[in-house]
Design a protein around this ligand. Structure first.
Ligand code: SAM
Length: 251
């Protein structure tokens, strides 16, 4: 295997688990192919997905934090439509307008999803932990539903394309994975900012009645009676928007 030839050991703290499943690679690459334009690839690693994207004529800005892998990528791909940048994808994605793809490093999943949400990225196709994919598409009132669901519901249309087992990667992660697609339906605006702020506090009291959570988060703040008796994890995105404007928006 390439890793052995290069004398490299996967670094667990960088979530270095490389894709060995051609179906997973094809699922993402074929989706990007329909987008017709350049993409950012997060955590390009040894380039399994990068190569599939380049083979389809897709221009790739590959972000890789590990200098050893970035050097290997540049040398091995030798393509004019590949641009390799060494750095932290969380920071770079934040300033981006391009679609984002990748078999992402799982230790940065939440940060990266929030960076994508706050950026001008129009769409994303990502492999994430199945548990995170379920949180993204969760319905209010379920145990998976949380603040990540709420902010992404406001900003994106989302769907799970396919689920993959740990054996799709080497070394194998401890969890199942899922390829998700997110398509932006509105820009990150002042309401999105409010939803994030309100969601962060309310969901730290997720099983409490809203009236209790509100008192803890905002002290004085009166909302409609039908909302006060709901539990935090039962609130839909439109409820959170209404609470955000009532409790924060007019301050
Ligand atoms: N895309 C490759 C594949 O499919 O085989 C590698 C996937 S591996 C799960 C994640 C990659 O992200 C690793 O190469 C790791 O070095 C890189 N990485 C880890 N943290 C990163 C960060 N903050 N920004 C950019 N890349 C990162």
């Amino acid at each position: 295997m390439v890793l052995r030839e290069l004398g490299l050991r996967p670094r667990k703290k960088l979530s270095q688990s490389f894709t060995v499943d051609p179906e997973l690679i094809r699922t993402i690459a074929d989706t990007c192919n329909e987008w017709h334009g350049p993409v950012i690839e997060v955590g390009a690693g040894l380039g399994a997905l990068t190569k599939a994207l380049l083979d389809r004529g897709i221009e790739v800005l590959a972000i890789e934090i590990d200098q050893r892998l970035a050097t290997f990528l540049k040398k091995s791909m030798g393509s004019e439509i590949l641009h390799v940048v060494v750095g932290d994808a969380r920071e770079m994605v934040l300033c981006s307008r391009l679609p984002v793809v990748g078999n992402i490093p799982y230790h940065i999943t939440s940060d990266l999803l929030l960076a994508i949400a706050r950026s001008r990225t129009p769409k994303a196709c990502l492999t994430v932990q199945l548990e995170v994919a379920n949180r993204l598409i969760a319905r209010p009132g379920t145990k998976e539903y949380g603040r990540l669901t709420v902010i992404t519901n406001y900003l994106f249309r989302k769907r799970i394309l396919r689920i993959f087992p740990p054996s799709s990667f080497y070394p194998e992660p401890e969890v199942y994975s899922a390829v998700v697609v997110m398509e932006r339906v509105r820009p990150y605006d002042s309401t999105a900012r409010l939803i994030e702020d309100v969601g962060r506090c309310l969901f730290s009291f997720r099983r409490r009645k809203l009236r209790t959570a509100l008192a803890r988060c905002f002290g004085e703040c009166t909302v409609d009676d039908h909302l006060r008796e709901k539990r935090v994890y039962e609130l839909g995105v439109e409820d959170i928007v209404s609470i955000a404007y009532t409790c924060l928006g007019r301050r």
